[in-house]
Design a protein around this ligand. Structure first.
Ligand code: SF4
Length: 233
């Protein structure tokens, strides 16, 4: 994907660097295809949790600055290509671009090894709502301006799928295309809180009573631990 991304969105630069760790494989491919040296301009603090799942915007943004630390000697005066695997809300990339400029980067070009994420996932990935996805309402240049980058390039859906060397009909691309391979349930049954809504926590509820949830014909033969996990606030 990184090699194809370099072919689709070339730019003159001094260093290709990943957003650790999500951008590393594609950044290596981008560097190989472009001939621009690969390097690490950011180090990740392994003791700060995932910002993507932090409960509020403020905590997420603070978390990004705590989590990623710029290596000034590597960055200063360089034209950087920063590669990541996706942009969801845009907060990570915005904080990152700012951090890199503060550390002395001459230019920051962002390259993304997936197409714009415009649709929610209903298949188990903990995702932002559609309104929170930055690509829902903005075109690529507006996203570039929003995150403060000098340029922004996403791999095309065709290239991403081709890079997998899989039959396209075997792949889900719903969060990019809006085309869901499995029919979705009614609107009020959608969302990442669906299990909590199916199993509201009641005072004095019997934790072995798992209700009547039946997902795709699979009956909820949840054992004691399973039902407890679903009910636990
Ligand atoms: S590709 Fe499909 S399963 Fe994967 S995150 Fe996107 S919508 Fe969910």
């Amino acid at each position: 994907m990184g090699r194809r991304l370099a072919g689709e969105h070339p730019v003159e630069a001094d260093l290709v660097m990943p957003t650790p760790e999500s951008g590393t494989p594609a950044a290596i491919g981008y560097a190989e295809a472009s001939g621009i040296p690969f390097g690490h301009g950011l180090v990740k603090n392994a003791y700060v949790g995932r910002t993507f799942i932090a409960p509020s915007q403020t905590i997420r943004q603070l978390g990004i600055r705590l989590k990623l630390n710029p290596l000034r000697d590597v960055i200063k005066g360089k034209r950087l290509i920063v590669v990541d695997d996706s942009i969801v809300r845009g907060n990570t990339q915005r904080a990152l671009v700012r951090m890199l400029r503060e550390a002395g980067a001459a230019e920051v070009h962002v390259r993304i090894s997936s197409p714009p994420v415009r649709w929610p996932c209903f298949y188990g990935i903990d995702f932002a709502t559609r309104a929170e996805l930055i690509a829902t309402g903005l075109d690529t240049d507006s996203i570039r301006a929003s995150i403060g980058a000098d340029s922004l390039g996403y791999i095309s859906e065709d290239s991403m799928v081709a890079a997998t060397e899989q039959d396209p009909s075997a792949l889900c691309t719903a969060c990019f295309s809006g085309s869901y391979p499995i029919e979705l349930p009614a609107e009020d049954q959608l969302g990442k809180d669906v299990l909590e809504l199916q199993f509201p926590v009641r005072e004095g509820a019997d934790p072995t009573d798992v209700g009547t949830l039946d997902v795709e014909g699979v009956a909820p033969s949840a054992a004691l631990g399973g039902s407890d996990a679903v009910r636990r606030p």
